[in-house]
Design a protein around this ligand. Structure first.
Ligand code: ZN
Length: 343
């Protein structure tokens, strides 16, 4: 048996009695004070400081009570009573939209508010999954990029989803309204909500697309060989917007989680492996610029599609690494393959 951690998120419904609603800003901290629960220091400042000390971010800016998203973690005690009620310590019964059953053993829950002002409960659960004998019957190599989001070694290409760009006009309009609204006014709050709504729409569209795409790959193949991308480095270049839009790192995470869930393997090929410029046919290395989408091998004369060739190389290298096994992944510090390492 393997124990996996999964989250289940449910929206908290508004209560018919307005006094019991998780309503306006400031509700949770006030309530915690009233009830004498120690508000486990808003997790956000902590993240901000640890990011700062790890040199990932600037010194955290002051966050007003009005803008900070509220979140409260309960290590235990949040229980699902029936298909529409949860019980929260000190707060009591709350209505939630239980759109799917909670599975596994609950290891705590968080109640939080999103930018739209909606309240959610997130359960962290440990779930036992049966062991699966790993097979390598259906391997695939994947090249990820901007021109084509994924190129499989079978030759299939998937165009990148451009949800951000598609909604850019809508977003700009909402942001313009926000910037024109008078500070501190009710209209400003409304405008803010509209901006948040567009962002949420983009997020939802993107997540939906990525989930489906990743699951499709995991369902079809049992070994996925993929490049260990330096996404942080790429996001700093001028292609940054396209990169964040493509959400490659989220995709990698999803792929990893789904493979883990289904008992399949992900082989990460070191990022310094020259997958694009090596001819998969005769292993000749050439020099290519980023603009070269098609190229012909000077030795064997094969014409390659850049991404397709890279995907096939990824497959070959992944299978080789898999065959060499753990010995290789242990001593290949950094740029080797380490399937156990998280994205
Ligand atoms: Zn060649």
């Amino acid at each position: 048996m393997r124990t996996l951690t999964r989250c289940y998120k449910y929206r908290l419904a508004t209560h018919p009695n307005p006094r019991r609603n998780l309503g306006p800003v400031g509700w949770l901290p006030t309530l915690c004070l009233e009830l004498g629960i120690a508000l486990q220091a808003n997790p956000l400042p902590n993240t901000a400081f640890s990011n700062f000390f790890a040199k990932r971010a600037k010194y955290p800016r002051f966050k007003s009570r009005k803008v900070t998203l509220h979140s409260l973690r309960f290590p235990q005690g949040v229980v699902m009573i029936d298909e529409r009620t949860i019980s929260v310590p000190k707060i009591g019964l709350m209505q939630a939209v239980i759109h799917r059953p909670l599975q596994g053993i609950t290891k705590g829950a968080t109640i939080k508010q999103d930018a739209m002002g909606a309240w959610w409960v997130v359960f962290v659960c440990h779930i036992d999954r049966p062991d699966v004998q790993p097979t390598a019957d259906r391997p695939v190599g994947i090249d990820v990029g901007l021109e084509s989001f994924t190129t499989l070694s079978t030759g299939e290409k998937t165009a990148p989803p451009k949800f951000y760009r598609r909604n850019q006009k809508k977003l700009a309009r909402a942001q313009r309204k926000l910037s024109r609204a008078q500070k501190g006014s009710n209209n400003r709050l409304k405008a803010k909500k509209r901006v948040a709504k567009v962002h949420q729409k983009i997020r939802n569209q993107r997540a939906d697309w990525l989930h489906k795409h990743a699951l499709g790959i995991v369902r079809r193949f049992d070994v996925v060989c993929i490049e260990d991308l330096n996404i942080k480095g790429l996001a700093r270049t001028k292609l940054a917007k396209s990169f964040s839009d493509a959400a490659l790192s989220t995709f990698m995470q999803m792929l990893h989680h789904k493979a883990e869930w289904h008992g399949q393997q992900i082989v990460k090929v070191g990022r310094f492996y020259a997958s694009s410029k090596t001819c998969h046919h005769c292993q000749t290395k050439t020099t290519l610029t980023l603009a070269d989408r098609m190229w012909t091998c000077p030795t064997c004369g094969t014409t390659h599609d850049r991404d397709g060739n890279a995907a096939i190389n990824m497959l070959h290298e992944g299978i080789r690494l898999l065959a060499v096994g753990t010995t290789e992944s242990q001593n290949a510090a950094g740029d080797g393959v380490n399937p156990a390492k998280r994205w």
